[in-house]
Each structure stands twice: as C-alpha cells, then as structure tokens.
Ligand binder design. Structure first.
Ligand code: HEM
Length: 180
C-alpha cells in the first residue's frame, strides 16, 4: 500500500486524537519511528495492523472505522491530486471514471500501485451499481470513498452492499443511490 494512504490515516488520527496517539499506535504495532513517504510502497499488513489497533483503542468495529477513513481519504486525495479530481464536474462521471481515468492517472504517477478493479454500470438516473474486486478486500473503504465523493459534490447517497467478499461472494456489489 502506498505511503499516501498511511499519511491520510495519520492525518485523521492526529487531527482527532493528537500526535501522541499516532506515535503510541505505531509503538503498539512495533512500527515505532516509521515515517511514511507518499510514493513509497509498504506492506498491506502494516495498514491492517494500524487500523485494527485504532479500532480496539476507540472500540469501533472495523467496517465502521474503515468506512469513515475512506470518507476522509477522499478529501485527502482530492486535495493532494486536485488536478485529477477537478476534471470531473459531476458525482456520476467521477464514479464512472475511477478505473479508466483516476486510477489510470495513478498508474502513471506511482510506481507499481496495487489498485482494485472497479466496474460501474448505470441502473437509472439516481442509481449506480459498483462492482469492487480486489485481493485487499477494502470494500468498506470504497464505500467511504464514495460517500466522500458525494459530499465533495454536495450531494447525499445511500449505499447498499448486497454481495460482499467478507461474506463469501466472489466480488463486492455496491448499490449507490442518490437521495438528495
Ligand atoms: C470514489 C472514488 C474512489 C474509489 C472507490 C477508490 C478505491 C480505491 C481503493 C478501495 C483502494 C485500495 C486498494 C484496493 O482496494 O485494492 C484505492 C487505492 C488507491 N487509490 Fe483510489 N479510489 C477512488 C478515488 C481515488 C482518487 C480520487 C485518487 C487520487 C487521485 C485515488 C488514488 C489511489 C491511490 C494512490 C491508491 C493506492 C495504491 C497503492 O497503495 O498501491 N483513488 N482506491
């Protein structure tokens, strides 16, 4: 996982709980003095152990925690890659452009990124179906990113998650419905 994802998580923890909490989390998972650099890759396990530690400190279930991290992450990525996100004028075009535009740009900017496959189809003028497929199983992060994208465009969405790899499905299905 790229350092930029860890940096976003650090930013969120520091903003809400202070630098000492971030340092003590790193100590607890034996990553003391780890300083994440945006373009560098780090083992996925480091992210998972940091997130698990945060979940147990805050007593929050992992799907809930990862979803809210995803929501924060969207704003973080939109700021650090404003040139990419500002190409999109609507929520729908951004979601439809995740694989073919956004992550395609990410592949040019970062060395060997590990990206999911995200297939989007339109169901009706208020509803999109998003198929998320990745060995990293970060579907809850995807949900959060989509909520973050919705608030970026000043709209509200509901997401149903009828098929999930955490419950035995081959891929995750997210039904994204505009509510306001
Ligand atoms: C709603 C929009 C988006 C969704 C649903 C999404 C989904 C994801 C997910 C779930 C991952 C984790 C890797 C995995 O699951 O296999 C990821 C990785 C990543 N995404 Fe996106 N993404 C979105 C928008 C963006 C934007 C706007 C940017 C920045 C331009 C971006 C850049 C990245 C980067 C740098 C990584 C890390 C790759 C790595 O660690 O090697 N994404 N994306």
């Amino acid at each position: 996982m790229k350092g930029i994802i860890f940096r976003a998580l650090e930013d969120l923890v520091v903003a809400q709980h202070g630098m000492q909490t971030w340092d003590s989390i790193l100590d607890k998972v034996n990553l003391s003095d780890r300083y994440y650099l945006g373009p560098k890759s780090y083992p996925d396990e480091e992210l998972f152990s940091i997130v698990t530690e945060i979940g147990s400190i805050l007593n929050v279930e992992l799907p809930v925690l990862i979803r809210s991290f995803g929501e924060y992450l969207f704003g973080y990525l939109a700021k650090s890659h404003a040139d990419i996100v500002s190409q999109f004028q609507t929520f729908e075009s951004l979601i439809e452009g995740i694989d073919g535009v956004i992550h395609k740009e990410v592949k040019k900017l970062y060395q060997e990124p590990n990206l999911p496959s995200i297939l989007v189809t339109t169901i009706d003028d208020k509803t999109l179906k998003v198929i998320y497929d990745s060995p990293r199983k970060l579907c809850f992060c995807s949900e959060g990113l989509i909520y973050g994208a919705a608030s970026h465009f000043g709209i509200q969405v509901d997401i149903e998650h009828p098929k999930c790899t955490h419950h035995g499905a081959d891929v995750c299905e997210l039904i994204v419905r505009k509510t306001a």
